[in-house]
Write a protein that binds this ligand. Sequence first.
Ligand SMILES: Cc1cc2nc3c(=O)[nH]c(=O)nc-3n(C[C@H](O)[C@H](O)[C@H](O)COP(=O)(O)O)c2cc1C
Length: 163
Amino acid sequence: MNTLIVYYSLTGTTQTVATALGRKLEADVEALHCDRYTPDWRGMLRAGYDSWRHHLPALARVRHDPSNYALVIVGGPIWTFHPCTPVRAYLQQERTRLPQAAFFLTHGGSAGERCLREMETLSRHAPVATMVLREADVKGDRYGAAVTSFADSLRRAESKVAA
Ligand SMILES: Cc1cc2nc3c(=O)[nH]c(=O)nc-3n(C[C@H](O)[C@H](O)[C@H](O)COP(=O)(O)O)c2cc1C
């Protein structure tokens, strides 16, 4: 499958999921980078404030052109009941270059479905599949079945398009 995974991760949870998914789908994987946030209390405060105020940061230049892929999977953490700001910035910036899209989120316990709808609105793409994982389940290594089921949905979506 000609697939790109684009993710943002501040403290490593989403990165764990993106890496596992990338291996399963044999996809290209790209991390979004943004100098504005750091995994310390100051950086997290800034992240929370920006997220709440809908202040979208500048992203470092992305290496992969999403329009070269059949499917782009975008993932990140939830911040203050919204998809994290780097993911929002990416979806807004790249929406005209996105092919089919799928979304995933990691979170501490709330707002998953609402954030998926926000990603759909921002990108103007209805996702072919979605996945929402709790941070505790990722850290406790209880996310493998969800990743397998997400990957299966993506393969089914791809075979429908190919048919
Ligand atoms: C600034 C900030 C705000 C957050 N807000 C929420 C929230 O509103 N709801 C929630 O369930 N988790 C929230 N979290 C927890 C993260 O979504 C969770 O820890 C996520 O798995 C972290 O992913 P990462 O390690 O890839 O950065 C927040 C974390 C941060 C740093």
